[in-house]
Design a protein around this ligand. Structure first.
Ligand code: ME8
Length: 656
């Protein structure tokens, strides 16, 4: 029988900055869905990729002093780039599209021409407001307090020759699609689209630009590059081979079963994308699902706000599976959620270490302790005591499936953890350690209790596979499940494991996390990351006001030898120098350099000082001049270097 097919996509991400936990959230959710569909026997196409054109990238590349292609290559393929992150996060995408890929570029040119040829694209003048960071055009009426409705930043006036897509022509059909079908989910997003965008009147969409060049050229009108959404949205079909020979899966996988997208791009996916497909005469995707944002301190994460969370740091500290699990266990997929390290640690400790991890290690170790690692076939069931858990396990897959089909990852996981909780209670109710006291009488009963726990773990692990692929496989290995007893089908059959199953003790899968220590470590890592993002070197760019030569010559700079140097009591900044300035009388200078120098390291050194400043008091002591040093900022740290002269320069030598 031919397998059912399932085509799922993430948005294609902008390689303008490194990815943060918010992007990881969407990709992990898509991965869980793709893995779930594979588990249920579907042939899956899971697509992700990068959206590499546009003015923002052009600007960033210029700032970095590289070409736009070099810039995006670095972020996508470079160390700790997008590809590395998806590999680390165990993302099982079948395809990765980059909009700079040659096949996509030529397909977009064909798509643009098709829409032009059928009269849906025309040339006009764009007048409006433009938000540069978001690369979005807005009409006056769409602005919020005169600012970009997406990011709240200032917008600028824009006017230029441009091609337009007749979006207005499709308003009625799109409204019908949104209101009368379940094309867009969650349903709460439908009203927002219809009331905010369609009912006020859909305006035609600007689809080319002439003011920047980093884009796909319109092949019949040099000077124009295809502007963002025609290029970006079409990735979902070009990656299958639409209008190109690179791939041949269009017939097989289009229309997509679902596009997962963040809520701010629902508008593009639920209005522009169906209208474009209607214009091209192509079938529409079956569903667009707009997920919520992960918020940090109540706001969206963004590099420009400096509040992003690095998924590399979290995955390396807590493990990839724990992080994947946390993201989908904690936040309802359709709504916003507040990310915090505390919540992450709590989820790991409660669900994974306490509940699941404990159930696994207790069960496997009891099979080892009481039966040498292999259960006997002779087992005694107790209808009254066992039926509750058996019922829970046998219904689990259906309940889980119902939630997964609605993309309710949080609820699907909650169903699994209800059963895991029940199993932990079952241990307490049956007290295996008490049964073990009289093996002759209770051996068969004890064997059944443990078998029952292994079965709970087996079904739970199968259903956890999409969320925690590596850990679920390890659980199945430890409880002695094989390929046949790890399938989707076997997740509804109670007692699939052989009665005399052999378990394999393994490492503790989810060690408990010391919250205080971990939080401190995270704080340090965040601090280091912040520092790393600072400019390497900051120098005072502005030169000081000019002074005339005579004024300059009045300054008396001299070489001074350090006869003594002491810290100043009650000051962590000042050092007190006793200096030979060549006059025969000691000179005392106080200098705020204790952060950078130890007094004993400076004794005997020849320094430079200005000696004709009026004396001044510091911490009650007189300072007769100032030592000369160079200062700059490095990675946010203030740096200071005393001007240390060659020892052969005598004290009192005048500098000019
Ligand atoms: O929008 N929480 O790219 P992008 C959850 N190139 N999701 C988040 C998030 C957060 N804190 N921050 C970002 C683009 N995202 C376009 C897409 S598709 C044809 C073109 C999600 O890199 C965001 O909601 O700015 C969006 O769905 C995705 O990351 C890509 O964002």
């Amino acid at each position: 029988m031919e397998k059912k097919r399932f085509y799922i996509t993430t948005p294609i991400y902008y390689p303008s900055d490194k990815l943060h936990i918010g992007h990881t959230y969407c990709t992990v959710a898509t991965d869980a869905m793709a893995r779930y569909k594979r588990l249920t026997g579907c042939e899956v196409m899971f697509l992700t990729g990068t959206d590499e054109h546009g003015q923002k990238i052009e600007d960033k590349a210029r700032e970095a002093g590289v070409t736009p292609q070099q810039f995006v290559d670095g972020i996508v393929q470079g160390e700790r780039g997008f590809l590395d992150l998806w590999k680390l996060m165990n993302i099982s995408n079948d395809r990765f599209i980059r909009t700079t890929d040659g096949y996509h570029v030529s397909a977009i040119q064909k798509i643009f021409r098709k829409m032009y040829d059928n009269g849906d694209i025309y040339k006009g003048t764009y007048k409006g407001k433009y938000c540069k960071p978001c690369e979005s055009f807005w009409t006056e009426s769409q602005l919020v307090d005169g600012k970009c409705p997406d990011c709240g930043r200032q917008v600028q006036d824009a006017e230029e020759e441009a091609y337009f897509f007749k979006l207005s022509k499709y308003a009625g059909k799109v409204q019908h699609l949104l209101e009368d079908t379940d094309f867009l989910e969650p349903r709460s997003r439908v009203n927002e689209m219809v009331n905010n965008f369609i009912k006020p009147g859909l305006e035609d969409l600007c689809v080319s630009r002439t003011s920047f060049t980093w884009g796909i050229p319109v092949d019949f009108d040099p000077g124009h590059v295809v502007y963002v959404w025609v290029d970006a949205l079409s990735n979902y079909i070009t990656a299958l081979g639409y209008e190109n020979d690179q791939y041949d899966d269009y017939e097989k996988f289009w229309p997509a079963d679902v596009h997962f997208v963040g809520k701010e791009i629902v508008r593009f996916h639920s209005i522009i994308w169906p209208a474009m497909l209607m214009s091209l005469g192509l079938p529409l995707p079956k569903k667009v699902f707009g997920h919520g944002w992960l918020l940090l301190d109540g706001g969206k994460m963004s590099k420009s706000k400096g509040n992003v969370v690095d998924p590399y740091i979290l995955a390396e500290m807590f493990g990839v599976d724990a992080l994947r699990f946390f993201l989908l266990r904690t936040f309802p997929f359709g709504s916003d959620g507040n990310f915090s390290n505390e919540a992450l640690i709590q989820t790991i400790n409660v669900d994974l270490a306490n509940d699941l991890g404990n159930l696994l290690s207790r069960t496997v170790s009891m099979v080892g302790k009481y039966f040498g690692g292999q259960l006997p076939k002779d087992q005694a069931r107790d209808l009254e005591k066992d039926s509750d858990l058996i019922t829970a396990i046998t219904h689990l897959r259906d309940k889980y499936e119902e939630q997964m089909e609605k993309f309710s990852f949080q609820n699907a996981l909650a169903e699994i953890f209800k059963v895991i909780d029940r199993a932990n209670k079952y241990i307490d109710e049956n007290a295996p350690w008490v049964l073990a006291k009289d093996m002759e009488a209770n051996g068969p009963r004890l064997a059944f209790v443990l078998y029952h726990l292994l079965e709970t773990l087996r079904v739970s692990a199968i259903l956890l596979t999409p969320f925690m692929p590596a850990s679920a496989a390890e659980i199945l290995r430890q409880i002695g499940a094989d390929e046949r007893t790890s399938t989707w089908e076997s997740a509804v059959s109670w007692a699939a494991l052989p009665k005399d199953v052999t378990v394999i003790r393994g490492e503790n899968l989810f060690p408990r996390i010391d919250a205080e220590k971990a939080l401190k470590q995270l704080e340090e890592a965040a601090e280091a990351a912040k520092k790393a993002a600072l400019p390497a070197l900051e120098l005072e760019p502005q030169l000081a006001e000019k002074v005339d030569f005579d004024t300059f010559c009045k300054s008396d700079f001299r070489a001074v030898k350090v006869k003594d140097c002491q810290p100043v009591k009650k000051s962590d900044k000042l050092l007190k120098f006793t200096l030979d300035d060549g006059t025969g009388t000691d000179r005392q200078i106080l200098s705020g350099i204790a952060r950078w120098y130890k007094p004993e390291d400076l004794i005997g050194k020849t320094l430079m000082a200005i000696v004709n400043l009026p004396p001044r008091k510091m911490m009650g002591q007189e300072s007769q001049g100032m030592l000369i040093s160079a200062t700059h900022t490095e990675k946010g740290e203030e740096c200071l270097n005393l001007l240390i002269l060659d020892d052969k320069i005598p004290a009192g030598a005048k500098m000019c």
